[in-house]
Ligand binder design. Structure first.
Ligand SMILES: [Zn+2]
Length: 214
């Protein structure tokens, strides 16, 4: 799978209804600053996707890439913009040609993922600190490939985006936003035993449960 990380989405609890200037976004930026990740920021793309800041007439489903592919706007989340090298973006035509997807991850994993250069690692790859990236519970054993989804609703399931507790006792989840090269991944059904517990209820109403995993 060929990919490029383009953002980091955070969802703190409980939701905050403070009007603009958005306190939730400031708070999410502070969470990531406390993780010593400011060097990776691209402040132009910090954005709140919660009702406090979204235009009420916003489009939910968007199309990106060539061939076109849909993704769902991550409403309810805040984005911290992540720097993308202009050289890499232009050489691969990332912004016009690649698809948008999301990758749920953990507070502990983010620093090494970002330090690795902005491309998502595959389970089994060695990280800079020498540890090997594992496949966590809920994923299919021995299947090589990073797990991404065109909807944050699937990527943020707790099996992927484990809740991290902040010093004040609230929790936060982390989901990376990516661009993925068309043709380098395969669309698949959910692998979290959703059907056994929830039947045919869609994880995201804009997708069948057979097409939520890349
Ligand atoms: Zn806001």
């Amino acid at each position: 799978m060929e990919s490029q990380i383009a953002g980091l989405f955070l969802n703190t609890s409980p939701p905050d209804s403070t009007p603009q200037p958005c306190r939730d976004l400031q708070e999410c930026i502070q969470v990531v600053e406390a993780m010593n990740l400011k060097a990776f920021f691209d402040e132009r793309y910090h954005k709140c996707f919660k009702p406090c800041c979204l235009d009420p007439s916003h489009k939910v489903v968007h199309i990106r890439g060539n061939p076109p592919s849909k993704y769902v706007l991550p409403t309810g989340w805040c984005r911290v913009g992540i720097k993308v090298s202009d050289g890499i973006a232009n050489a691969n035509n990332i912004w016009k040609g690649w698809h948008v997807s999301f990758h749920g991850t953990t507070h502990a994993a983010i620093p090494s993922i970002l330090a690795h250069g902005g491309s998502l690692l595959f389970p089994g790859d060695k990280l800079l600190d020498g540890t090997v990236l594992g496949i966590r519970e809920g994923h299919i054993a021995n299947v090589k490939g990073a797990f991404t989804s065109p909807t944050v609703r699937y990527s943020s399931l707790p099996v992927y985006a484990q809740r991290h507790t902040l010093p004040d006792g609230r929790t936060v989840q982390f989901v990376l936003q990516l661009r993925q090269a068309p043709g380098t991944y395969r669309i698949q059904g959910e692998t979290v035993n959703w059907k056994r517990r929830n039947g045919d209820t869609p994880i995201d109403p804009h997708f069948s449960n057979n097409e939520v995993l890349n």
